[in-house]
Design a protein around this ligand. Sequence first.
Ligand SMILES: [Zn+2]
Length: 354
Amino acid sequence: MAFLLLVAPVHAQIDPRGALLERTGWDAIAAGQGAAAANAFREALAADPKNARLHLGAGMAAALERRDADAKESFERALELDPKLTRARALLGQVLYRMGDLSEAIRTYETLTADTPDDRDARDTLERWRREAELHDRMNRAIGSHFTVSFEGPAEASLAAQALESLDRAYWRVGQLLGVYPSDPIPVVLYTAEQFRDITRSPSWAAGAFDGTIRVPMRGALDKSAELDRVLAHEFTHALVRTLATRNVPTWLNEGLATALESGDVEWAQTQVSKAGHAVPLRALQSGFGRFTGEQAELAYATSALAVRRMLDEAGGFAVANLLRDLGDGGDFNAAFLHRMQRSFEEFLAGPLY
Ligand SMILES: [Zn+2]
């Protein structure tokens, strides 16, 4: 999910040092530097703890760093101090949604849209979340030891059972490879193609999505069990990546791992790249693929899969898992890569794609 941080700071400080710290904080947020922003707002709050705007800033910094529980607390504190600080309410709703608390997110946006009746985006978001909640209320659940699968009608019950089995196989196969086994059950929702597009707003080529919940459009995938296995293993791998690192993971690494581990083989990816006549430079694949057309996306996934396959072959799954942990802890990418892969990223890039 895209996390929108709208930066429009108000500078009404009297204390010059506090004003400077606040300015530093907003500038860091505008630049996407969560840690620097968090430091600046923490210091500013020490001198001025009842300033709602500073709590808003601290919340935004935490949200940028994906410390969602901290972000929630800061936004709530900001709203206690100033209930009309609508930006804090909008961001609180987004964080609650991201944390999987759909009903609280809806309640927050109900207040928000009552306060800001002209905000179309907020109204649209609220409507979408309500549709999602209604749909989930109607759904049935199949519960396994590592997953809970939600699905709509009794007709899908056998599909859900099949999905649970497939997920369980992915759990052991991918878990063993990376040495990671999530302990909390992972929620999975099976949608129709239309529901999937509506709720995830994913591009039409997307076969699944993960935002804390694995969301999969059924679109006949269940007739072909190999396709189902592939899609579920892909999304499960994203869930594993999330347990290792909630931030700082380049998209090529996240998608490459998910794609390389869909099944054992990456021959299709080699075919894609040679058909296109070129691979996409990994540095151009740092952030989301949602902007790509179907064809561009295929090449981006193929390139990412080949790069990660080579990392797995050269250094092993545990090393890749440790690299992800380092990145999630805020480690510098080049330093972490060198440490875990035993060669520099530059050197890796200069090598053959696969
Ligand atoms: Zn993916």
